[in-house]
Design a protein around this ligand. Structure first.
Ligand SMILES: *[C@@H]1O[C@H](CO)[C@@H](O)[C@H](O)[C@H]1NC(C)=O
Ligand SMILES: *[C@@H]1O[C@H](CO)[C@@H](O)[C@H](O)[C@H]1NC(C)=O
Ligand SMILES: *[C@@H]1O[C@H](CO)[C@@H](O)[C@H](O)[C@H]1NC(C)=O
Ligand SMILES: *[C@@H]1O[C@H](CO)[C@@H](O)[C@H](O)[C@H]1NC(C)=O
Length: 549
C-alpha cells in the first residue's frame, strides 16, 4: 500500500483511498491512526500510571502542590503539617481509572508520592516506593478490586531503609523487588526487606555517573536480563550488574555522542522483545532513545535557553562477544519521550519535548506526534497529532486493547491551569495505532480463552477465532508485562514471544486451537500477570490476562 523505503514516513490521521468497487473514483475516508480525548479532566495529573490485571489503571501525582481538581471520597481531608503547599487538603492525589467504562474514582494517598517508583508483585498487588518529604521512605500497596468496591492505598511510611526520590524498581525472578538509587542515594535495597535491621547495599556506579549536583543519572534504566542479572544504564554508561553478589559483571562502551540519557536529560529505554521461538540462545537487546545534551538543565536555569533535544537512539545487543552501540536517528529530536512496546513488538515513542530538559518550566516545543519504530526494518514513522502537550510529569501505558493511554503534564510547582505557557494537564487521551484500524479486522485474531494460569516450560492450549487465517508462519503469541510508567521510563515492561508448537482447527468455523509453550524461566518472565496477545500478520488481538507462575 505504501512504499516505505529507508525514509521517515509522515502519516496523517486520515488516509484517503480510492476504492473503485465501493464507489467509482470517490475517495473513501479511512482512519489509520488516531487520538481521542477520553476524559477532559480526571482531577489529577497522571504523573505515575500502572495498569492492573483487572483493567483498572491506578494513577497519582503528588500531595504537596496544592488542591487538585477532585475531592477525596466521603468528605475526607488530609492534615499534613509538613506539606509545602496546603497543610489541610480535602482533594485527592490519586485516582483509579476503569478503562472499560471510562470512569474514575478518587483514592486516598496520605504521604507524598512525588517522583516515586513501583512494581506489581506476582499476586497482582502494586507496590509503590518512595517519594518526597513525608513520603520519601514510604512503601505503599494497592490490591486491585472491582471499580465499585472500596479498595485503597495502604501505606507504610517508614518502610524503606533510605529516602527514595527518583529511584527505579524492577521485579525480580523470585518475586521480590529491587529499588535502585534515588537522589543522593548510591545504593539499592530489596522489597520486602529481610528484617528491621536491613541496610541498603552500596552501588558506587551511581556516584560515578552523577553529573554535578545529582544530574543525569536519576531514574536509572533497569532491565532484568535472561541470565538473571540487571542491565543498568545511567547517564551515558551501562553495565550488567549481579545484584546478588553486588558486583559489576561487565561494562559496555559508553553510548556514542556524549549526551546523557537519564533525568533530567530524560531519554527513555526499553528491552526489545525476548524471542523464545528460536532454539538458539535468547538474545537480549536494549534500545535507548532521546535525551538532552550535557549542561542542558543548568543552561535553562542560567538563562542560556533551551537546548535542542537529542535525536539519536542506540541499540545494544548484550549477548554478543563484543557488544557495541548501533545508532539510529529519530525523525524528531525528543526529550522526555516514553518508549513503549506495542503488541506487534514495534516501539512507540510518545510525549515529550523538542527542546529543554525535565524539571520545572524547563522545556519548550512539545512533541505531540509520536513515532513508531520498526526494529527489524530499522525505520521510523511519524504518526498523527495528539491534542495537547505532554511534557514534564506526563506518562503513557499500553492497554490490553492495544491502545496507548496517555496522561499528565505538570511542568510547574503547582496545579497551574492559567497564566502559564503549558498548563498542568488533567486530561486523559488514548492513541490508536494503525493496527487497530477496522480495515485489518478480517485478519485480526480474537482470543477465546481467558483467565489462564501459564506455567514455566509447560504446554498450554489457547483458542482463537479469525475471519481469514493466512498461515501459522504469520502467527505469534506474546506476553507483555504492564509497566509502571513515570518520568519517561516504563519500569518492568517486557515482552516475551512464546514458542508456538502447533495450530489446529477447532471444529467450529473460523475457530482454531494453538498449543504453546510457557516461558522457559522466571529470569525471562518473572512471575505475575501479563497481557497475552496473538499477532497475526502484524495485526494484534486484544490482550487477555494470564498469570505466569
Ligand atoms: C475541574 O473539574 C471541573 C468539573 O469537575 C471541570 O469543569 C474543570 O474543567 C476542571 N478543571 C480543569 C483545569 O481541568
Ligand atoms: C499479595 O502479597 C502481598 C504481600 O504479601 C499482600 O500484602 C497482598 O495482600 C497480596 N495480594 C493479594 C491479592 O493476595
Ligand atoms: C501557580 O499557582 C500557584 C498556587 O495556586 C500561584 O501562587 C502562582 O501564582 C501560580 N502561577 C502562575 C504563573 O499563575
Ligand atoms: C491441548 O489440546 C489437545 C487436543 O485437544 C489435547 O490433547 C491436550 O491435552 C491439550 N493440552 C493441554 C495442556 O490442555
Amino acid at each position: 500500500m505504501i512504499n516505505y523505503g529507508k525514509t521517515f514516513i509522515i502519516t496523517t490521521s486520515v488516509l484517503c483511498l480510492s476504492i473503485a468497487i465501493l464507489s467509482e473514483a470517490q475517495p473513501y475516508m479511512m482512519q489509520l491512526d488516531r487520538w481521542e480525548v477520553l476524559q477532559p479532566s480526571i482531577g489529577i495529573s497522571a504523573m505515575h500510571m500502572q495498569l492492573l490485571h483487572n483493567g483498572m489503571v491506578i494513577m497519582f501525582d503528588r500531595t504537596d502542590f496544592g488542591n487538585s481538581n477532585i475531592s477525596l471520597a466521603g468528605g475526607m481531608c488530609r492534615y499534613d503539617p509538613s506539606d509545602t503547599a496546603v497543610k489541610f487538603d480535602c482533594s485527592a492525589h490519586s485516582v483509579l481509572y476503569d478503562v472499560a467504562s471510562n470512569t474514575y474514582r478518587p483514592l486516598k494517598v496520605q504521604t507524598d508520592t512525588w517522583c516515586s517508583s513501583g512494581s506489581v508483585l506476582p499476586n497482582g498487588t502494586l507496590v509503590q516506593t518512595g517519594g518526597y518529604n513525608d513520603g520519601d521512605r514510604a512503601a505503599r500497596m494497592f490490591t486491585p478490586c472491582g471499580f465499585s468496591e472500596t479498595c485503597d492505598w495502604i501505606e507504610f511510611p517508614q518502610y524503606l531503609t533510605q529516602r527514595r526520590w527518583y529511584a527505579t524498581n524492577q521485579i525480580l525472578p523470585d518475586g521480590r523487588i529491587i529499588v535502585v538509587g534515588g537522589r543522593r542515594q548510591f545504593n539499592f535495597e530489596i522489597f520486602p526487606r529481610a528484617d528491621y535491621r536491613s541496610i541498603e547495599s552500596r552501588f558506587e556506579f551511581l556516584r560515578e555517573t552523577t553529573d554535578g549536583s545529582n544530574e543525569n543519572n536519576l531514574y536509572p534504566f533497569l532491565h532484568l536480563l535472561p541470565d538473571g542479572n540487571l542491565f543498568v544504564f545511567a547517564n551515558t554508561r551501562s553495565i550488567v550488574f549481579d545484584y546478588k553478589r553486588n558486583r559489576i559483571v561487565r561494562e559496555f562502551p559508553e553510548i556514542p555522542g556524549g549526551d546523557p540519557r537519564n533525568y533530567p536529560s530524560s531519554g527513555s529505554s526499553i528491552l526489545l522483545p525476548l524471542d523464545e521461538t528460536n532454539n538458539v540462545d535468547l538474545e537480549a537487546e536494549i534500545m535507548v532513545c532521546g535525551g538532552a545534551p550535557k549542561g542542558a538543565f543548568s543552561g535553562v536555569k542560567n538563562g542560556r535557553g533551551f537546548a535542542r533535544a537529542t535525536s539519536t537512539c542506540g541499540r545494544l545487543k548484550l549477548t554478543g562477544a563484543n557488544p557495541s552501540w548501533e545508532m539510529e536517528t529519530m525523525p524528531l529530536p525528543r526529550v522526555m519521550g516514553d518508549m513503549l512496546l506495542l503488541p506487534t513488538g514495534d516501539v512507540i515513542i510518545v510525549n515529550g519535548a523538542g527542546t529543554g530538559t525535565a524539571g520545572w518550566e524547563n522545556a519548550r516545543d512539545p512533541l505531540t506526534r509520536p513515532v513508531i519504530y520498526y526494529p527489524f526494518e530499522r525505520r521510523f514513522s511519524v504518526m498523527s497529532t495528539a491534542s495537547r502537550p505532554r511534557m514534564y510529569h506526563s506518562s503513557a501505558v499500553l492497554l490490553a486493547d492495544g491502545r496507548i493511554l496517555v496522561g499528565g503534564s505538570n511542568p510547574h510547582v503547582y496545579y497551574n491551569f492559567t497564566n502559564v505557557e503549558y498548563p498542568t494537564e488533567l486530561s486523559l487521551e488514548a492513541y490508536s495505532p494503525p493496527y487497530l484500524s477496522f480495515t485489518s479486522d478480517s485478519i485480526r485474531p480474537k482470543i477465546l480463552t481467558s483467565g489462564k494460569v501459564v506455567n514455566y516450560k509447560t504446554l498450554f492450549n489457547l483458542s482463537f477465532s479469525i475471519a481469514q487465517f493466512l498461515t501459522i508462519d504469520l502467527l505469534s503469541v506474546r506476553i507483555v508485562a504492564p509497566s509502571f510508567t513515570t518520568h519517561s521510563f516504563a519500569m518492568n515492561q517486557r515482552m516475551v514471544i512464546l514458542k508456538l508448537i502447533s495450530v489446529a482447527r477447532d471444529g467450529l468455523t473460523n475457530s482454531y486451537r494453538i498449543n504453546v509453550l510457557g516461558p522457559s524461566t522466571a529470569e525471562i518472565a518473572p512471575p505475575g500477570y501479563y497481557m497475552m496477545f496473538l499477532v497475526h500478520s502484524g495485526v494484534p488481538s486484544s490482550g487477555t490476562w494470564v498469570q505466569i507462575e
